[in-house]
Design a protein around this ligand. Structure first.
Ligand SMILES: Cc1cc2nc3c(=O)[nH]c(=O)nc-3n(C[C@H](O)[C@H](O)[C@H](O)COP(=O)(O)OP(=O)(O)OC[C@H]3O[C@@H](n4cnc5c(N)ncnc54)[C@H](O)[C@@H]3O)c2cc1C
Length: 497
């Protein structure tokens, strides 16, 4: 098979299909149009709406006013800068809002009560030691074990020689089981809705690995960063560095709508599930994509569907020249698991919550044996999206460790969540509005060895001419890395520098 970087004679105008209208597909299509203004870019989405796991609902009520509810992501990181750059490119950067930092901070459930995350603690590092020493989250032996982290050997590989370990192994080894169970575990698991015993350290916490590799321990790395005045933001945050995040006043769907408008109706085809791909080197346009509406030929095809769908599409490819590489890529891709979650959104009168925390939310350690993973007070982050006398609460349920909870009906899930909130924040009565948003197999799981898996997928994809893959299952699940990957792919296809 020719290397795909070898040029093939191109028909004009170039026709490029992007399959999947989530953020990966939209960002790729947008930058393809920018880098190749003469190309015909066609985005095919199976459902009736764009955005994939990103959606926002605006609900006007007769008696209470308007609620703006994000069904999925509600903010994005400004680092890497790809998301904020895209907003600038789209001309909407001035509309972005910063979460209301007066209520920034997060808590952890500890023996049934909410306890603040120690000030300055970010994921795995304590930038303010005194706060760790005085936190009620840890016992005295737990704190002493944490303080011993600087004396622990590096150990960044598994016993079997694999050049990766799980987040749980890393933290247990460096800081002890208590820090893992009570602090780091719930924080990291909350981000990835993952089992941290399986989550890859190198794929999800690369900066921490780099710090240990360079300085020997996280404590030494933190001291060095302090001398270089690098941890200013971290020292002022508990949990996440909220000033480094942005949202849209009308919810994350604003980003999707803006991207769709920039692409233009002629480039977008919804309700078009693609079910097979065919390759033929003899044709001027070598790729044919097949939907119920028929087949269409393209010069280049980008798969921007969830990993399992991309794997299935790759396994449908016919065309002797590429079939083996497609099968290898499909097989490797299908080993990346994904977890399901439900977000239960409750809009509740403040008068019905006895102990409403003045923080953005809380996470729930597995050892607390509760039926929720995390809670986010969305209206604390964005007060303009909710009537003053109400609170919007988003509760995460399920994930890699409690998938069985999602087998319940929506009503049962809401009832279960009400019970947990009654216990934890003193919520009484019923809410003004409730939504159960189910995201099935929507969170790719970056298990130990993930980077190797991605390498083998890329190697196989590199053998397939003019077929490309962008996916949140490969190089980052967040909005910013997803956009960065889409832009990089558009640059590669267009040859833009
Ligand atoms: C509950 C939740 C909360 C999150 N919160 C945050 C957050 O706060 N901040 C953050 O940065 N990130 C967050 N993320 C992550 C981020 O939103 C996602 O990683 C990103 O939006 C994924 O985009 P995608 O296009 O890769 O995938 P998807 O959104 O899954 O899009 C794939 C698209 O492909 C379509 N499709 C499927 N099959 C076919 C087919 N055969 N033919 C055509 N189209 C097809 C689907 O309908 C879908 O539209 C969150 C994710 C989830 C699930």
């Amino acid at each position: 098979m020719d290397d795909k970087s070898e040029s093939r004679s191109r028909s004009f105008p170039q026709r490029i299909a992007v399959i999947g209208g989530g953020l990966s597909g939209l960002a790729t299509a947008y930058y393809l149009k920018r880098f190749l203004p003469d190309a015909i870019v066609k985005l095919c989405e199976s459902s009736s709406r764009l955005g994939g796991v990103i959606d926002t609902e605006r609900i006007e009520t007769d008696h209470h006013g308007c609620f703006v509810i994000d069904h999925g992501a509600d903010m994005f990181a400004t680092e890497p800068p790809a998301a904020i750059e895209l907003c600038r490119d789209l001309g909407v950067a001035d509309q972005l809002i910063v979460p209301d930092t007066t209520r920034a901070g997060a808590m952890i459930v500890h023996r049934g009560k909410l306890v603040p995350i120690p000030d300055g603690f970010v994921l795995m590092r304590a930038t303010k030691l005194w706060q760790m020493v005085t936190t009620p989250l840890l016992s005295v032996p737990g704190k002493l074990r944490f303080l011993a982290e600087r004396f622990v050997n590096r150990q960044l590989s598994a016993d079997d020689g694999t050049d990766d370990i799980s987040v749980a192994e890393f933290v247990r080894h460096r800081m002890g089981a208590e820090v893992l169970d009570r602090l780091v575990g719930p924080l990291v698991a909350g981000i990835y809705t993952a089992d941290i015993e399986k989550l890859s350290m190198r794929a999800t916490m690369a900066p921490m690995v780099a710090m240990v590799e360079k300085h020997g321990s996280l404590a030494q790395a933190t001291l060095a960063r302090r001398r270089e005045n690098k941890d200013r933001t971290e020292r002022n945050s508990a949990g996440a560095r909220y000033e480094k995040f942005r949202g849209f006043p009308d919810g994350m769907k604003q980003l999707i709508d803006t991207l769709a408008a920039a692409l233009g109706e002629q480039s977008i085809q919804t309700e078009t599930p693609i079910n097979a791909l065919h390759f033929s080197d003899d044709r001027a346009r070598p790729w044919e994509i097949q939907s119920d509406q028929g087949a269409e030929s393209f010069d280049e095809v980008v798969l921007a569907t969830p990993a399992a769908v991309s794997a299935r599409l790759l396994s449908t490819v016919t065309g002797q020249a590429v079939q083996t590489a497609c099968e290898i890529a499909a097989e490797a891709l299908s080993t990346i698991e994904s977890a399901s979650t439900a977000i239960v959104v409750l809009c509740v009168p403040k008068s019905q919550i006895a102990r409403l925390p003045n923080q953005f939310g809380f996470v729930v350690p597995q050892i607390e044996n509760r039926k929720i993973l995390a809670v986010s007070f969305a209206s604390h982050k964005y007060p303009i999206r909710c009537p003053d006398d109400h609170t919007i609460i988003r509760v995460f349920v399920g994930g890699a460790l409690q998938p069985e909870l999602l087998e319940q009906s929506d009503d049962e899930i809401v009832e279960m969540v009400r019970g947990e909130l009654a216990d934890l924040i003193g919520m009484t009565g019923t809410e003004t509005l409730a939504r159960v948003v189910r995201w099935n197999n929507a969170m790719p799981q970056y298990h130990v060895g993930h980077l190797k898996r991605v390498e083998s997928i890329q190697r196989a994809m590199d053998q397939i001419p003019n077929l490309h893959l962008v996916s949140n299952a490969l190089g980052g699940v967040g909005i910013a890395p997803v956009i960065a990957a889409g832009k990089a792919m558009a640059r590669k296809i267009s040859g833009a520098s």
